[in-house]
Design a binder for this molecule. Structure first.
Ligand SMILES: [Ca+2]
Length: 275
């Protein structure tokens, strides 16, 4: 009798769990160019609501938010009609509707191959970069009309007006000399085996052990090496860096790059932001 009760309890306990596991399976997309390597990230992957027979994908997280007013989490989007839908993290706090394309929290996330299509549309957009140091202090930078071109153009970076508190590190700061060496506007994406920087004597991507946009080399590298404290010493300034806020020798704890349409009904208002 006890065995039966136990069995039923086990059965009842495990059944929904199994369902939950299988429900969440479509959320795990091995083809997404994102490395999820934390249980926290996995916990955030909640099942999508049933879509019925006709599955219509939203083109970005702002459309998901407009339609569902749903919480932050992973959602399948399709920026272009002829494109395969893919998973992205939607930040539904901080005013809502943000499509996250870069994130450092528990490992590297940079959605490039699929996410560049988010920037290909004619509509104006706003990118917000959220930064957090090791004391939990936050800062941010906004860029209007952010663009990443396609693979043929090696994912060239372009952006418009900066505003915010953390400084315009993508441009290298205010000084001409700094901008000559570190302005990332117009730069193609570099990796360890694809040197597209302007540093003739070597490879910025190799020195920094990171795929990123480099000039000669950078004042901002959110894909840099993760250090377990802020200040670091190394041969190269290869940390997770936003130079205009914390300098080149301070590696940040969390960073996020996220995009949404420029003219978006912002319910809560975007301030220091969720990260
Ligand atoms: Ca080079």
């Amino acid at each position: 009798m006890t065995w039966l009760v136990e069995h039923l309890q086990m059965h009842r306990y495990f059944r929904p769990l199994q369902l939950a596991v299988s429900d969440s399976k479509p959320q795990t997309d091995p083809s997404v160019d994102v490395k999820h390597n934390s249980s926290l990230d996995k916990a955030m992957m909640k099942p999508l609501p049933p879509a019925g027979n006709l599955i219509v994908y939203d083109k970005d997280c702002s459309e998901v938010f407009d339609r569902l007013r749903s919480p932050s989490g992973f959602y399948r989007i399709r920026p272009k009609l002829h494109q395969e839908p893919f998973l992205v993290y939607c930040d539904m706090a901080d005013g809502g509707g943000w499509t996250v394309f870069q994130r450092r929290r528990h490992g590297k996330v940079l959605c490039l191959k699929k996410c560049f299509s988010l920037f290909a549309s004619a509509g104006k957009n706003l990118v917000k970069i959220d930064l957090m140091d090791w004391e939990g202090k936050r800062s941010y930078a906004f860029y209007e009309n952010f663009r990443i071109t396609d693979e043929a153009d090696k994912y060239r970076l372009q952006y418009g007006q900066y505003s915010g508190k953390a400084g315009d590190a993508l441009t290298g700061g205010a000084g001409m000399v700094e901008q000559w060496s570190s302005c990332l506007s117009g730069m193609q994406f570099s990796t360890g085996d694809q040197d597209n920087d302007r540093f003739l004597q070597g490879s910025c991507a190799k020195e920094n052990q990171a795929g990123w946009w480099f000039n000669r080399c950078h004042a901002a590298n959110l894909n840099g090496k993760f250090y377990h404290r802020g200040k670091y010493k190394a041969e190269y300034d290869n940390g997770v860096v936003w130079g205009t806020w914390k300098g080149l020798w301070y590696s940040l704890r969390h960073t996020t790059m996220k995009v949404r349409p420029l003219f978006y009904l912002d319910i809560a208002g975007s301030g220091a932001g969720d990260i």
